[in-house]
Design a protein around this ligand. Structure first.
Ligand code: ZN
Length: 290
């Protein structure tokens, strides 16, 4: 088991901590990031625990309590290979200014593993920041005894993605969260020694490992009538899954069949899709050679 413990840093009712033009609050960025990171990390087979899963409409959670939650959970799981990761964005002064850049911290009591993790994540996050904005700044790996990382018993780091008091960094913090989350998980994977698997909008590829919830055939339906057609198609296929539109994710099946759903509502390639229900039923029967 690889365990990633995410700490979202702040809750909604924390004082200050917002962009000078009030266009972004730090807690909101941190919270969005923890959920994005969680989604991508889980697709890598990493178990994710959140110390503060829902910080909206809440007062700031004590720093010691965050570390305590992390420690309790880690111990309850038998002290697996883990990383405590605290998510932040940075501020300097209360007006927009030139200070910018990405930095990653470990505490003075850190093990070599924390230092490795800080380096791995810093590298990946800076790399993606630089790819988005060539002026992005690498502030490097630093040492500071922030309570959460000092008191966490497992390897622990704290990430300051960029400055919301800098206009250019703020743009990235607002617009490129998916890229930042992906880069973070790449760094975390490197730290855990596991190979990062592409996720998201990528079509299923041959390299995808069979057996990992990838079906030979995925049949997507929209309404109840469509479900009947989906079932008929299912009878003729081996290794299939039938899902309603809202539960479909790209990569669920190697072949994708869409019943009663408009083409533009589906991401990725589709193997069969009629113009309407009747048309689709005919296509299904034809496909099955009936
Ligand atoms: Zn912060």
């Amino acid at each position: 088991m690889k365990l990633l413990i995410l700490d979202s840093g702040h809750s909604e009712y924390v004082q200050g901590k917002e962009a000078p033009d009030k266009s972004m609050k730090e807690w909101e960025f941190n919270n969005d990031m923890q959920h994005k990171i969680k989604t991508i990390a889980e697709k890598q087979g990493i178990t994710v625990y959140l110390t503060n899963p829902n910080p909206s409409k809440k007062n700031e959670m004590g720093l010691t309590r965050r570390a305590q939650y992390a420690n309790d959970y880690w111990i309850s799981k038998g002290k697996p290979d883990a990383l405590f990761f605290s998510i932040h964005s940075n501020a300097y002064d209360s007006k927009f200014n030139a200070a910018r850049g990405t930095e990653t911290y470990y505490a003075s009591n850190a093990s070599q593993k924390s230092k490795n993790a800080a380096k791995d994540v810093q590298e990946e996050v800076y790399k993606v920041m630089k790819s988005i904005d060539s002026e992005a700044k690498d502030r490097g790996v630093k040492v500071a005894d922030f309570t959460v990382i000092y008191k966490a018993l497992m390897p622990s780091i704290l990430e300051e993605y960029g400055f919301y008091t800098n206009r250019e960094d703020l743009k990235i913090l607002k617009n490129n969260r998916d890229e930042l989350a992906e880069a973070t998980v790449k760094g975390v994977c490197k730290y855990f020694g596991i190979t990062y698997k592409e996720v998201g909008g990528n079509p299923p590829s041959e390299s995808q490992t069979p057996g990992e919830d990838v079906y030979e055939n995925c049949i997507i339906y929209k309404g109840d009538v469509d479900k009947n057609i989906a079932n008929i198609l299912g009878w003729g296929l081996k290794d299939y899954i039938i899902v309603p539109l809202q539960e479909y994710k790209v990569g669920l099946g190697k072949k994708v069949f869409v019943v009663g759903v408009a083409a533009n509502e589906i991401e990725g390639d589709v193997n069969l899709q009629g113009n309407n229900r009747w048309d689709t039923l005919n296509e299904v029967l034809e496909y099955l050679g009936k």
